[in-house]
Structures are given as C-alpha cells and as structure tokens.
Design a protein around this ligand. Structure first.
Ligand SMILES: [Zn+2]
Length: 342
C-alpha cells in the first residue's frame, strides 16, 4: 500500500485555481509565512528590472491574478508557496474575527458581557442592529480566528479597517489580503469551515463600515433620577472565580449598558433601537442580562420585570405587544442559560 503523502503542490495549485474560478485574485505567499512571495522588493527599492516591474513597480495587489497559466507557473516554481487572496480586486470584504489574547485587557462593555471573541462581538452587534450574519465562505485561521468572505457591493470600494466595526473585528478589502487555505504556518493551516460561495455583505455590516458606528448620545436617558450623569465604573468580571465585591452595583451596571448602551464604546442599547430593530434589540438585552440570571445574581422574575419596564416605550410605540416582549425576553434568557452552560 502506498504511503499517503500530503501533496502540497496539488493542494495549493488546485485550491488557487478554484479561487480563480470564483473570481478571486491570488498570489503566492512565502512558504510557512503570510508574506507575499513576489515582488521581492519594496516600491521604493524598485529598479525596474524585476519581472512584472518593467514599466512600473507592481506589488502583490497588482500581481494577483485569475489567469490559470500564471497561477500554474507560480505554484509549479515552488510547491511550498501558500495562497494569498487580494480582497479588493476580488470584490471581497473579508471580516477577520480574532480571539482575545489571554493576559490582555478586555474592554467594556465586552468585559461586563463576558464576551471574549470577535465572533461573539459580531453576533452581539448583529442583534443590536437587527442584522443577520449571513452564512458565507468561512475559514478558520492559524490563530484560531475566523475569516468570513463576503461579496462587496458593486458601487462602493472599501479599504481595510481595524476595530472600526467592533473589538476584535478587522476587515480586509482594497489594499488588504488574506492568507487562504491550504496555507500553513508552523504546525497549523488555514482551514475551510464553510465552502459555499461568498454571500453578499450583510446590510448591517455595510452600514457599520459606511457610517460612524457610534449612535448619537442621548442626554436625557443617560442621567439618573437626580439629574447627575451616571458614571461608568470599572467592575470585576463575573465568572472569574472571585467573589463580587458589590454584586448590586455590578447588576445595575450590566442593566444600564443593556438598556442605555455604552456610547463611549460605540455600543447601542435597548433604548437606541429604532423601527425594525426593536425586537432584536430586546432579545440582545435579554440575552445579556440573562447571564446574571444564570448566575443567580438576580431572579428571573426581577430581570423580566426590569426589562419590561425599559421596553415600555417600545410597547407603547407598538413595536411589539407586552406579551410578545415577554416571550422575546424569556427566549433571550434561555439563550444566556445555554451559553453559560457551554
Ligand atoms: Zn518593482
């Protein structure tokens, strides 16, 4: 029986050709690295002698191609090359979801929400904005993060962003590229998680990329009853194993963010929701404070009550009935319970 050997040439070449067939422009990466294999010099060092640079310097974005002959030639010259995809010319916006590095600070409000991955931040933002994370071509990165490949709208050219959409969320478009499967770095390789074609960029992401993500600051609802500004205080994370010094203050702070948002950190709350997004916002608020219920820091009855009071304006505006609001809140609690158990 023949020993099965990983055939890097076949893998990389076949996959690169498959990307090209999807209209994605590829270029080789140095073996075991995320760095482009060509050109081997910077624009400022270009003397016009390198192949591809005769008329003008060509960087990886200009060299990225869908031409089968060029692709075959490149990966035949070095079977160990990884595969880079130039996002902009491929009409892709790739959403890069990272994971929290242990030992680094978790910013608010995510710390209070116990959210530590870009995937969960995106999930939260989708809920707040009434959007959907449409299933699309998905890759697991070598660092344990996720790349969501979305088709860019035809009429807008996006650049790269770092943290604009949210904590641990970057996007790659014009001027950006991704290392794609089967590129390997050390012992790990980029892996296809979902092989379907790239779905159109979801509307809520398009909005977050196009506009300032921070909702307008409301003054009236940010004030406590005596008219003073509610001051955000740093709090211990729950679930850290340490007993809470002031559980009531913690519960109040989580409710405050879930209901009023944390505008300094660009996160909207239940009261920021507008037409079309109100039910989703209620669900997100319930899933957020539901973690307090799951940890017995507040009873389900009191949490339900507080959220129904907060949602009174939306009920009055006929966004949903009180009965529907209660059902939405309870399903948010169930989601929090499921997640806490996981
Ligand atoms: Zn050059």
């Amino acid at each position: 029986m023949m020993q099965q050997q990983p055939d890097t040439l076949t893998d990389s070449l076949t996959t690169a050709l498959d990307y090209a067939a999807r209209g994605w422009r590829v270029f080789p990466l140095l073996p075991g690295s995320k760095r482009p294999a060509t050109p081997n010099h910077r624009a400022t060092d270009c003397d016009g002698t390198a192949p591809g640079c005769r008329t003008t310097h060509a960087g990886w974005e200009q060299r990225a191609t869908i031409r089968a002959d060029k692709i075959t030639k490149a990966w035949s010259s070095n079977p160990a090359y990884g595969v880079g995809i130039a996002c902009g010319p491929s009409r892709l916006v790739v959403v890069d979801l990272d994971t929290h590095k242990p030992g680094t600070e978790i910013p608010e409000p995510w710390k209070s929400f116990e959210i530590t991955t870009g995937a969960d931040v995106l999930d939260h933002l989708a809920g707040v904005h009434g959007g959907t994370i449409t299933p699309t071509y998905t890759v697991r990165t070598v660092s344990g993060g996720t790349h969501l490949y979305y088709a860019a709208p035809a009429d807008v050219a996006y650049g790269n962003t770092a943290g604009k959409i949210g904590w641990l969320i970057d996007t790659r478009a014009h001027g950006g590229y991704v290392a794609a499967p089967p590129t390997s770095i050390g012992a790990s390789a980029y892996d296809i998680i979902d092989d379907r074609p790239a779905a159109p960029l979801p509307m809520f992401l398009l909005d977050l990329l196009t506009h300032d993500r921070r909702p307008a600051t409301r003054t009236s609802q940010n004030r406590s009853q005596d008219g003073s500004r509610t001051q955000a205080r740093p709090l211990q994370p729950i679930g850290s194993g340490e007993p809470l010094r002031d559980p009531d203050a913690y519960v109040n702070r989580v409710f405050d963010i879930a209901i009023n948002g944390d505008h300094a950190n660009g996160v909207a709350g239940l009261l920021d929701a507008t037409k079309g997004g109100r039910n989703a916002a209620l669900f997100v608020a319930a899933a957020t404070v539901g973690k307090l219920v799951a940890r017995d820091l507040i009873t389900e009855h009191s949490a339900l009550d507080r959220l129904l009071v907060a949602a009174a304006g939306h009920i009055a505006a006929r966004a949903y009935t009180a009965y529907e609001a209660e059902n939405t809140i309870l399903s948010g609690f169930r989601r929090a319970a499921t997640r806490s158990a996981a």
